[in-house]
Write a protein that binds this ligand. Structure first.
Ligand SMILES: NC(=O)c1ccc[n+]([C@@H]2O[C@H](COP(=O)([O-])OP(=O)(O)OC[C@H]3O[C@@H](n4cnc5c(N)ncnc54)[C@H](OP(=O)(O)O)[C@@H]3O)[C@@H](O)[C@H]2O)c1
Length: 257
């Protein structure tokens, strides 16, 4: 299968790294930014072509440009796209309806990935009206992490929680690390401890299926140090801050869409 990529920034290149792990795929990479594309090609292989060639030769095209660039990028390609190809857009807020107007006759997938896709630990939601496109998409994303199908109406929520979520988690890891440094740990020790703690705790949630509050209760002994910290987080509106961050991101997604 020839799999093309137009838009090889943070997200497009993360997806390309995951797709490169699939058997029997040839990668066609857009040469729009020769420096970025060349570096990626050196890492994962594939051919460098211009956008029109990628569109003409690919069986599947991943579109990784910014939402405001989607229409102009597709219009530039004009009549050149392969008629039978599947197009997969990762653009925040760009609906299947809008994509169908820009790419009439193509099977379409709208996806919402996050950057941990690059290391096979992503969280990707997707929606499509074509069962063939869904099957191809799932096959190509097999090495990307978790992939779930959702209704298109939930895409903004998925974007705010999982697409934007890594930034919120990094901020939490940074803050835990700062506290470690304040109390004498080296920066690298503190960040490693914070990151591994977040990773292990997240894996506990997924592996046990327990509600996070149950897992938290299991580590808060009466009158102990952990409950002292938990109360301080509550006092400072930690959970409300996280909920507000997701809601602000969701509102902004809707404005951008
Ligand atoms: N970053 C995330 O965590 C995330 C999560 C979910 C979804 N997304 C979605 O992923 C898409 C890309 O976001 P990003 O964060 O990866 O942005 P980005 O790093 O700016 O990547 C966009 C890339 O598109 C290239 N580009 C622009 N115009 C082009 C054209 N006409 N032809 C070919 N390539 C072109 C840009 O190259 P130049 O810079 O050289 O112009 C850039 O490398 C967006 O639609 C975003 O909504 C991102």
């Amino acid at each position: 299968m020839k799999v093309g990529f137009i838009g090889l920034g943070n997200m497009g290149s993360a997806i390309a790294r995951a797709v490169a792990k699939c058997d029997d795929v040839s990668l066609l990479l857009s040469s729009h930014n020769p420096e970025k594309a060349g570096k990626l090609q050196a890492e994962i292989g594939g051919q460098l072509l211009d956008n029109a060639q990628v569109a003409a030769e690919s069986d599947v095209v991943f579109l990784g440009v910014k939402p405001y660039q989607v229409a102009s990028t597709i219009k530039e390609i004009g009549e050149n796209s392969n008629n039978g190809s599947i197009w997969i857009s990762m653009a925040t807020g760009v609906s299947l309806e809008t994509l169908a107007k820009l790419l009439p006759g193509h099977d379409l997938v709208r996806m919402m990935p996050n950057t941990p896709v690059a290391i096979g630990q992503g969280m990707t939601s997707y929606t499509s009206q074509s069962s063939q496109a869904k099957d191809v998409f799932k096959e190509l994303m097999a090495h990307s992490g978790k992939v779930v199908e959702i209704q298109e109406g939930l895409m903004d929520a998925a974007t705010a929680v999982a697409g934007c979520g890594p930034a919120f988690v990094y901020q939490f890891i940074e803050a835990l690390g700062d506290a470690g440094v304040q109390n004498g740990l080296s920066r690298s020790q503190a960040i490693e401890m914070a990151a591994q703690t977040v990773l292990g705790s997240a894996q506990m949630v997924l592996a046990t299926g327990q509600h996070p509050a149950q897992l938290r209760d299991a580590v808060t002994s009466p009158g102990g140090s952990t409950i002292a910290g938990v109360v301080e987080l509550e006092k400072n509106g930690f959970r409300y801050a996280a909920i507000s961050a997701v809601n602000a991101a969701l509102k902004r997604n809707q404005e951008l869409g």
